[in-house]
Write a protein that binds this ligand. Structure first.
Ligand SMILES: [Zn+2]
Length: 104
């Protein structure tokens, strides 16, 4: 499998810690490291699929991108939960995924 694309780029909005990459059902996901290390009393899991995030970035740029290209355009990502997140891009408007809306 490819290396994690979003390592160290995703921050949890609840606890401020980084998300960490895991493989589950042969898919790469990211979960809050507080939750993963210390359990549900410390934070929420809020799992995000890597392919989902890659899809959002490629939709914004309207082209296929390599993992390196995707990493290169991202400043950081903040996750509230799997349906509520912000992808902050370098020198560009953020991608905002909200309860009812996506802004690319
Ligand atoms: Zn957290």
């Amino acid at each position: 499998m490819n290396k994690p694309v979003f390592s160290k780029l995703i921050t949890c909005k609840h606890c401020g810690r980084k998300f960490k990459a895991k493989i589950e059902n042969k898919k790469r996901i990211y979960v809050c490291s507080s939750y993963d290390n210390y359990g549900k009393n410390s934070c929420e899991r809020n799992a995000i699929e890597e392919n989902f995030l890659k899809g959002l970035v490629q939709r914004r740029f309207q082209r296929e991108m390599t993992d390196e290209e995707i990493r290169d355009v991202i400043e950081y990502i903040e996750v509230e939960n799997s349906l509520l997140l912000e992808i902050h891009l370098k020198d560009q408007e953020s991608i905002m995924l909200g309860r009812q809306t996506i802004r690319f």
